[in-house]
Design a protein around this ligand. Structure first.
Ligand code: 13P
Ligand code: SF4
Length: 353
């Protein structure tokens, strides 16, 4: 089948400078962007925004994406849960997913009739790569009757073997609901998050909560040793850690949660400064959303999340490569949809469990 190509026109000098002005107003200047970078980005964001309308596409971006993507071209910005919900509710023909593969696969499962494009097709995730569908089947044989609760950071094949999907925004709530009926749960694949959940819910690891040994290469590097030092250096600093951080760090943090919860916590509190211990994109976004607040730098870059840039987004809209187009076989898609839908039900406050 011939690939339909639609090229965006070249912007004029006036259009570039108007677009650079728009990007400036969106907050890129707060992150240190100066005129030459703004103009380089403006040429691409102008074309992407033109093409997006022509191709009836929406751009979904995870909060760890580059600031020029989030502020310049994204229609939906959020954590894994919010993006999954938004993609399920959108009526656009096409979704360009600025994030990693498991997120784009989830969008495809929920929108089989839409074209889902992943600008950086090699963008995986260390958690997703830590477990296979065959390993989940073996776990089910070893722990018969225990529901398999799977973090959304997994391949679609792994989700297809699971009972319920969770994200860091809803894992404690969903597990609590499942424990009402099940004495034992298998949680995969993030060991750090599994340990944090066991602690929060008061469950015995290995008996009531069986975990896997996957970890996030970004969050497993942070530890608690420097926290005391920063607390002395920045009196009153509030330390927020992602659920994927080590239990040692989580035990000394002021707040633990997913990226959406961390942003909400900052919005709801008045502190002299905040430290967001997670991927650097969240701190950048927080600096633009809360210009009056002080953020102490403490972050790591996720190489998978940062693989997407404006030129690859433009390419996906103009002439997507076969590898940028996400395809999920119907049989896998149908099996993976159930545990994702189950997450929506169990995360809903009106659900009776
Ligand atoms: P959130 O669901 O909190 O956005 O996390 C996604 C992720 O990949 C964290 O590393
Ligand atoms: Fe995966 Fe960690 Fe990157 Fe999130 S930050 S996509 S969990 S490797």
């Amino acid at each position: 089948m011939a690939v339909k190509e639609t090229r965006a026109p070249e912007p004029t000098a006036e259009e570039i400078s108007a677009e650079a002005e728009r990007l400036y107003g969106k907050g890129l200047a707060d992150l240190g962007w100066r005129d030459p970078e703004l103009e380089r980005a403006a040429r691409l964001t102008w074309k992407i925004n033109r093409l997006k309308t022509a191709r009836s596409a929406v751009i979904a971006a995870h909060v760890y994406q580059r600031a020029e993507i989030i502020l310049g071209v994204a229609d939906f910005v959020g954590d894994s849960y919010k993006l999954a919900k938004m993609c399920a509710e959108s009526d656009a023909k096409r979704v360009v997913f600025c994030g990693v593969r498991f997120m784009a696969e989830t969008a495809k499962v929920l929108n089989p009739e839409k074209e889902v494009l992943l600008p950086a097709p090699e963008a995986g995730c260390s958690l997703s790569e830590s477990i296979t569908a065959a390993q989940v089947r073996a776990l089910k044989l070893k722990h018969p009757g225990a529901p398999v609760v799977t973090y959304i950071n997994t391949s679609v094949e792994v989700k297809a073997e699971s009972d319920v999907v969770v994200t860091s925004a809803n894992a404690p709530k969903i597990l609590r609901r499942l424990y009402v009926r099940h004495p034992k749960i298998v949680f995969i694949p993030d060991a750090m998050m599994g340990k944090n959940l066991a602690y929060e819910l008061g469950k015995k690891l290995g008996e009531e909560l069986v975990i896997w040994d996957g970890s996030c290469i970004v969050h497993d590097h942070f530890d608690s040793t420097s926290v005391e030092f920063y607390r002395k250096m920045y009196p009153g600093v509030k330390i927020l850690a992602h659920f994927e951080c080590t239990p040692g760090l989580v035990s000394v943090a002021d707040f633990i949660g997913g990226t959406g919860d961390m942003m909400q916590w900052v919005a709801d509190h008045k502190a002299p400064s905040y430290m967001l211990i997670t991927e650097c994109g969240l701190g950048d976004l927080a600096r633009t959303r809360f210009p009056g607040k002080v953020f102490v730098p403490m972050c790591r870059l996720c190489p998978y999340m940062k693989a997407t840039d404006l030129s690859r987004v433009l390419r996906a809209l103009e002439r997507p490569t076969a590898s940028q187009r996400i395809e999920v076989p119907a049989a896998v898609r149908e099996r993976a949809r159930r545990p994702i839908k189950r997450m929506f039900e169990l995360a809903d406050d009106t659900c009776a469990s």
